[in-house]
Design a protein around this ligand. Structure first.
Ligand SMILES: [Zn+2]
Length: 191
């Protein structure tokens, strides 16, 4: 995968400017290294390399729903540039390919490492999986907390749930199986 590059020197100087605009003295002891640290953070965040994502293994069609749950990823809200975290669950029914387990986490991290929204993150993961697995029977669910709501504005801790359901996972049967796999109430999928 191609990794985006940031302009590290520019981010550093813009953070110095930001500190000045906030009425701070960027040369004071506690802030001297802050622009560099923040530029390093953005570099680590944006230039994230998820590695190889599409290692699949051939499988006999078994019609089982496979669920991978509890994958926690951190991302950044594009509206406020504040962090949010999500617990991602992925379920799919293999056609003739199964995906190496770690790849689910890699795909989730790949899409989390950019300015985005939870809804977009869930769709991006789902689209990748549909393409790599060659099946439409894919469900991606996320439960997250957004610091732009917890620490600013209404200042309320919360959980936001979003889901991208494709193929069989959209049917009543699929939702019933998903709800059992993920120990969630079936109603929570109809949002
Ligand atoms: Zn936000």
């Amino acid at each position: 995968m191609t990794v985006k590059k940031i302009d590290h020197a520019r981010v550093k100087s813009l953070v110095t400017e930001l500190l000045e605009a906030l009425g701070e003295d960027p040369s004071r002891e506690g802030l001297k290294e802050t622009p560099r640290r923040i530029a390093n953070f953005w570099q680590e965040f944006i230039e994230y390399d998820a590695g190889k994502l599409d290692t699949t293994f051939s499988a006999i069609k078994h019609n089982q729903m496979v669920c991978v749950t509890g994958m926690k990823v951190w991302s950044m809200c594009e509206h406020h540039m504040l962090p949010f975290w999500c617990d991602i669950s992925i379920a799919y029914i293999a056609n003739d390919k199964v995906l190496g387990l770690s790849k689910f986490a890699r795909i989730a991290h790949k899409h989390a490492h950019k300015l985005t929204l939870q809804e977009q993150l869930v769709s991006d993961i789902s689209n990748d999986l549909v393409e790599i697995l060659g099946t439409k029977d894919v469900a991606v669910l996320a439960k997250g907390e957004h610091l732009c709501m917890t620490m600013r504005g209404i200042k309320t801790p919360h959980r936001m749930i979003s889901s991208a359901l494709n193929g069989q996972s959209r049917t009543a049967n699929g939702i019933f199986t998903l709800s059992r796999c993920l120990r969630k109430k079936p109603q929570s999928f109809y949002i």
